[in-house]
Design a protein around this ligand. Structure first.
Ligand code: HPA
Length: 282
């Protein structure tokens, strides 16, 4: 359980003490995207342990700190390392972290993950932008939330305008960007070949162990969401090989480089546009 659920207000206050700025965007880094955190300028790095209510991740490829600073001229809050449901069975483990973004004035969040692909032609190193997701975990981070706010609409969970912007920017930059449906499995064991066949039948394009609870929380807090899968492998049973976390770590940097380029372009665009169009909608 997250030790304290205050929706991140105490953590936000702590961040403001360390570095106050007109923050606009949160970025949650999945495996292999660490270098983006290193690129943040005027950066203040705050270990999650110093931010009340933020979870301290123990996954080996995930450091656990918030990097507050500027990227392409935009004030950002980069989560270098995130906690997963499978660590302690708490789907709301990232609740304070996501809520903190709202308290710090962010308009939205970019979520990234490492994922297995269900399409041989979308192989390791590919990038997939989420159009939608399937929550296959049976869990929800809003279970126990007492307000009517818990009935969050998920029809356009992944922001339409942001998706259009990313698609345009990927085209302009010549970065191949697939689009599809991400299916959340609880993990931490990988899927079986039968589960992968099922996922395909049910309409998924990629599978992974994160992002969905964070997307639900972000919509609960009224943040826009864009999310990307960095494909590190084909799903279980699609090749002769066993899956491993080492493979995830080894392959993640390939797609991560493209994703970093794409996110930088998005931020540059956001900076050019100021706070207005085309990124805001009612
Ligand atoms: N399944 C679930 N999570 C993953 C995978 C996968 O194949 N690859 C990277 N994260």
């Amino acid at each position: 359980m997250a030790a304290l659920r205050d929706d991140g207000s105490a953590a936000a206050a702590r961040v403001r003490l360390r570095r106050d700025a007109p923050y606009r965007l949160g970025i949650v880094l999945g495996s292999g995207l660490g270098p983006l955190a290193d690129a943040v300028e005027d950066a203040v790095t705050i270990p999650y342990a110093d931010l009340p209510g933020l979870p301290v991740s123990k996954v080996s490829a995930h450091a656990g700190s918030l990097v507050a600073g500027r990227l392409e001229g935009v004030e950002v809050l980069v989560f270098s390392g995130r906690s997963h449901f499978y660590e302690a069975g708490d789907a709301a483990v990232m609740r304070n972290a996501v809520g903190m973004l709202k308290h710090l004035g962010c308009e939205g969040v970019i979520l990234t993950n490492a994922a297995g692909s269900l399409h041989p032609e979308m192989g390791p190193g590919s990038l997939m932008m989420l159009d939608d997701h399937i929550n296959f975990s049976g869990e929800n981070p809003l279970i126990g939330e007492a307000t009517d706010g818990r009935f969050v609409g998920m029809t356009t969970a992944y922001d339409l305008l942001w998706r259009a912007a990313f698609e345009r920017l990927a085209g302009e930059a010549g970065i191949p960007l697939a689009r599809g449906v991400y299916m959340w499995f609880s993990g931490p064991s990988f899927e079986t070949p039968a589960e992968i066949r099922m996922a395909r039948i049910l309409g998924a394009d990629a599978v992974g162990m994160s992002t969905v609870p964070e997307a639900i929380l972000a919509r609960f807090f009224g943040l826009r969401v864009a999310a990307f899968s960095n494909i590190t492998n084909l799903g279980a049973g699609m090749t002769g090989d066993e899956l491993s976390h080492q493979e995830t770590k080894d392959m993640a940097p390939v797609g991560a480089k493209k994703l970093e380029k794409l996110i930088r372009r998005f931020l540059r665009d956001l900076q050019d546009q100021g706070r207005a169009l085309p990124f805001t909608s009612p």
